[in-house]
Every structure is written in C-alpha cells, then in structure tokens.
Ligand binder design. Sequence first.
Ligand code: FE
Length: 297
Amino acid sequence: MVSVTELGYLGLSVSDLGAWKEFGTEILAMEIADGGTEGFCQLRADYWHRRIDLIGDGDDNIAYFGLRVAGREEFALMQEQLNAAGIEFRVGTVEEAEERKVTEILRLTDPDGYNVEIFHGPCVERHKPFHPGRRMHHRYLLGNAGLGHIVIGQKDVEAAYQFYKALGMRGDVEYPNREGGTKDGPTFMTCNERDHTIAFGMGNEHRIYHLGLQFESFDDFGFTYDIAMERGVGFFFHPGRHSNDNMVSFYIHTPSDWLIEMGWGGNVGSNPQSEYYPDDIFGHHHQNEDGSLKKLH
Ligand code: FE
C-alpha cells in the first residue's frame, strides 16, 4: 500500500489579511514569499516555495491542504488505490500544479468536504535561504515529517478514519473521553515520524481547530512565548507537554480565532504503536476569558 508522507502545505481562508500578515511574520516568524497578489499572500517557513497560502475571502477556515507522496510512481499508485477504495478524485491540470508549485496534483474531498490535494515534487528553493519575519535562534523542525499537523472537525469520524486510511495513514483514539470508553475520543492519524499529521473527533463543526508547528530549538519556543505574552496574543493553553507526541507546547489564537500550537521536543523520529493516555504529562492550563487559568483534564 502506498501512503501519503507528510502535510506539505495549507491554504487558509482569512477575513483579515493584514492581521494575518502581521501574525505570520511577527508571531510565527514566517517569511512573506514572492508572488503574492492582492487578496492573497504566501508564507514561507523553510526552503520550500511556500507552506501557507492566505486567501482573503473571509471564511476564517481551512481552504485546502496538500498531502505529499514520494514521487511519480507513488502518485500513479495512489490513483489506483483511490479507485479501489471508491474515492473520487480529479487529476489537476498543469496550471493547477504550477499554481501550487508542485509537479503533479490530485484533487479530492474528504467525507466532510475538506479540499484535499495529493501532490508530488514540490518546488524547493535551496538557492534562497529562509529569511524569518522576525528574529529566530534556529528554525522550524520540518524535514521529512512535513509542516506539522492539523486538527479539523469531522461529522462522521469513522468515515474520516476510513478515508485517511485509504491514503495510507494509520491511527486510533489516543485520549479517550473520561466516560465514553477507549473508542470515544479524538482520533490521531499518522503517516510519518510525527505521532500525528491529522486528527479529528474533537468536535464535528466543519472547521480547523488548530495547526501544530514545531521548533528545532527550545529557545525559539521560549522566545515565541515571550513575544506572544508581550504582544497580548490570546492564549488558549499555556505551556504543557502532551503524552502522545511528547510535545511541549502552548496554544495561541490566530486572527481567525482558531488556534496554533507552537511546540518543541515532540517525538519526531519514533513511530509508536497505538497507546492511549488518561492525561497530559503536565500543564496545558486553559486560559479563560477573564484571564484565569484552569486545567481541563
Ligand atoms: Fe496538536
């Protein structure tokens, strides 16, 4: 079975493009890539042409996301696999691939209607060093494990599980709800060295709940925490450490109100067999609207 290998890029619909440009560069330390047109902006996070498209159409949701396959052979095999699973897709045109700066692209929708793109051959501009939007000690940890992970709402969790399984992912519930038994809780799906690349089951609203990013250096984690505190960015979770991916992280509100998880120290490099956890290792106190903190577990 062929598998997608990583979350390559994201398209985000936003209502306040100006606020997102500021957030993307000054909080996330990303670079505004060349080629942005009015109502559209591209954010770069490493040598890739770009990682995030910001589309100023006002939706404040995820518009599309790109899952990579290794190369042309896997791209062909993935089409056979999708056909066998009865999943409809369309092979993108040369122009559509060029627009995303990839070699070839498939377009499909998952059971909840999210626009999924499967691609190979991204444009990697090794000649153009990443220029962070503000000071950084080191870089984002990307490598072969992709941009990070997304958590999205799915009405039918089992249908979503079957869909992403057909793309070669595996996973299960990792944090069972207190009273629902071990099968009731968010499902985390993996396709590489990260514990999860996509997760769902934390809500059934059709929206993105968070995007998880990871720094190479603990100093960048701390530096970004200080910047977010000083700039008055809204926190959802203060620092804590997850049991599933071992990531130390905090969660802040984006200008679209959904969250970004800024992390360090996750288990990139291990691909554990399924386990479940009653609680996080420590922390992740939720910040209430009045500013008070409360442990959710
Ligand atoms: Fe996360």
